[in-house]
Design a protein around this ligand. Structure first.
Ligand SMILES: Nc1ncnc2c1ncn2[C@@H]1O[C@H](COP(=O)(O)OP(=O)(O)OP(=O)(O)O)[C@@H](O)[C@H]1O
Ligand SMILES: [Mg+2]
Length: 283
């Protein structure tokens, strides 16, 4: 292969790597993500302040906290969008995420779902998944080459997981808001991420869609590690095993939902914010 061809197949930003390109994180200690002493300042304001967080391999963790607590900033740091001023962020024991750029981090096996779905509206559900499965091979290869049996099986498996088997031939643009969110989760799954970061997945969903999303995220845990940021406390209660509460850029409390809700620090912070209006994370 000449250099030009090599350049052409270089993975583009955020595209999934092929299985053989995966960096295997060392999770012998049971931890897939280490965030240690991380601080991020924006014009002197500390959005993250000496934050420590450990995510276990295969766990489903909920991250809660009032507006501005630093939840999205934390995801930005993990995915390489924002560089911390200090601290250590490691994927498994050895992969130093601060040495990798955004696309390398995505390729290493960390998928991120943003709040707004970014599916291709003019393509069918199936084609959207086909594209994400092709990853860096690009749109032409993906849409004009026959899928292997293995690829078809993988798409069928993802369709089943996200509950869109019946909708596979519909245009993504015709799906409901909730269905688009599931499709996007499916597109992330095509890259077989070890760690999935999901920011406010149920915002704007109907009650039924919210319930289905709870089932979906719960079903992903085990095979994947999942970190979910959400303000909807009923939803968090329905999926959470362990909850981390962020407050002013640092971890205020960590534990089961019941432990969190009876934690005096959490109660004080949340009651203090009650008078400031919406979205303080109360039930
Ligand atoms: N690029 C930036 N420049 C300046 N300030 C920023 C930037 N990104 C975030 N901040 C500030 O950092 C703080 C943390 O923001 P962040 O978006 O992480 O909060 P959050 O917990 O995700 O809140 P929400 O629940 O509203 O999504 C906020 O005060 C925010 O205004
Ligand atoms: Mg946010």
């Amino acid at each position: 292969m000449n250099l030009a061809q090599e350049t052409a197949v270089k993975p583009t930003q955020g595209s999934p790597l092929l299985a053989q390109d995966h960096i295997e994180p060392d999770t012998r200690h049971g931890v897939i993500l280490y965030v240690e002493d991380v601080s991020v300042s924006f014009d002197g304001f500390k959005a993250l302040n000496d934050l420590n967080l450990y995510i276990n391999d295969g766990e489903l963790r909920c991250l809660i906290g009032a507006n501005g607590a630093g939840k999205t900033t934390l995801m930005d740091v993990i995915t390489g969008k924002t560089r911390p001023d200090t601290g250590r962020v490691s994927f498994g024991q050895q992969v130093d995420l601060l040495q990798l750029n955004e696309s390398e981090i995505a390729n290493a096996g960390i998928g991120r779902k943003f709040q707004k779905p970014t599916v291709f509206e003019q393509l069918s559900v199936f084609e959207n998944l086909e594209l994400s499965l092709a990853g860096d091979k690009g749109i032409w290869t993906s849409l004009f080459h026959k899928l292997s049996g293995e690829q078809k099986d993988r798409i069928a498996e993802i369709l089943f997981t996200i509950g869109l088997t019946e909708q596979r031939h519909l245009l993504a643009g015709s799906l409901s808001h909730g269905q688009k969110q599931w499709l996007e989760i499916g597109m992330l799954l095509a890259a077989e991420p070890r760690l999935l970061l999901v920011d406010e997945p149920v915002a704007g969903m109907t009650a039924q869609e919210t319930e289905r999303t709870a089932e979906l995220l719960t079903s992903l845990a085990g095979k994947h590690s999942v970190v979910v940021v959400e303000h909807d406390m009923a939803f968090v209660r329905s999926i959470a095993r362990k909850v981390t509460v962020l407050h002013q850029g640092t971890v205020l409390a960590e534990g089961s939902m019941n432990e969190i809700q009876s934690n005096p620090d959490v109660i004080q912070v949340y009651l203090g914010e009650e008078s400031h209006g919406e979205e303080t994370g109360k039930e």
